[in-house]
Ligand binder design. Structure first.
Ligand SMILES: [Zn+2]
Length: 297
């Protein structure tokens, strides 16, 4: 599946008119998700452990790609509530149908996250089949990034910064000031055995809907404690963490497990190839322009 590319002009237009840019979890949280996912993989994939540092070091790279890749910013979120309402049983999950029914602007503004995951899942498989391992590892860390973002509840809603509920600024407060700075408190639980994902789009939508279900609790906590933000920010974050730590731990552990399952799925789809031990200098450095990015395809 290849997500359609819209014009660079439109990208700049959106960058200008959308006052708020969606980022994602902070660097530390993405790093933890990519790093620990490796630990869940079956012994046949054991050699991927050699690349643990590489896969976690680059876990936030796709956030930087928005500067030079048209449409990249849309891959990091989806506003489930733009076209459907809870419990989202009428969501249009097939990308082709979704694109057919909406204008290009609607598709972009709503976000492309679930289809972006599947796009890179397929690319990872193709690259493994072609023995292009450095490219396959880039796809692996990109899937990790998007799956991480899918577990950040504010990446699933048009109220992504609390702007419609009087919680303005909650996005960054929750993911960076709160979660990223408390990453050492995140206890990584033992995950169940990885499973093969036969319907990856449905799998990602399930994750997104679950993520969405946590928004209210975080907003409620913010509403309760935001009076401390001005003069006693430490008190605000302490109380916010008390009320949301459970959700956050659950989301990060779920991200770790989901990512293991998707990496496993890409590998099975590639015919369970032996993972080679390639030299560190053969791994691709951070991608810094569109031409290099296109070479993943
Ligand atoms: Zn992101």
């Amino acid at each position: 599946m290849r997500i359609k590319s819209y014009s660079v002009f439109r990208l700049f237009f959106v960058l200008l008119v959308v006052p708020y840019l969606v980022f994602g979890w902070g660097y530390q949280t993405h790093r933890v998700i990519n790093y620990y996912s490796i630990k869940n993989l079956p012994t046949e994939m054991e050699k991927i452990k050699i690349y643990a540092d590489y896969l976690s070091l680059h876990s936030s790279d796709p956030d930087n790609w928005r500067i030079f890749i048209p449409d990249e910013q849309f891959r990091h979120y989806i506003n489930l509530d733009d076209f459907a309402s809870w419990p989202f049983d009428k969501l249009q999950k097939k990308y082709e149908n979704f694109v057919e029914r909406h204008t290009a602007e609607e598709v972009e503004n709503t976000g492309l996250l679930p289809w972006a995951v599947v796009e890179y899942l397929d690319l990872m498989t193709v690259n493994m089949k072609k023995n292009r391992w450095p490219e396959a590892f880039v796809c692996a860390y990109v899937i990790g990034h998007y799956i991480g973002d899918a577990h950040q509840p504010f990446h699933t809603t048009k109220n992504h910064d609390g702007q419609f509920t009087g919680n303005f600024g909650i996005h960054k407060r929750y993911e960076i000031e709160l979660t990223d700075s408390r990453i050492k408190e995140i206890k990584v639980e033992k995950a169940p055995n990885v499973k093969y994902i036969s319907k990856p789009v449905d799998f990602v939508f399930e994750i997104l809907i679950k993520s969405y279900s946590n928004i209210e609790q975080i907003l409620d906590a913010d509403t309760k404690y935001r009076k401390y933000l001005g003069k006693e920010p430490e008190k605000y974050y302490k109380l916010l963490w008390e009320d949301t730590k459970g959700i956050t731990l659950q989301q990060i552990n779920s991200a770790i497990y989901a990512l293991s399952c998707l990496w496993y799925t890409a590998w099975v789809n590639a015919g369970r190839p032996e993972i080679p031990e390639i030299k560190e200098d053969r791994l691709l450095p951070a991608i810094e322009n569109e031409n290099v990015w296109r070479q993943l395809r």
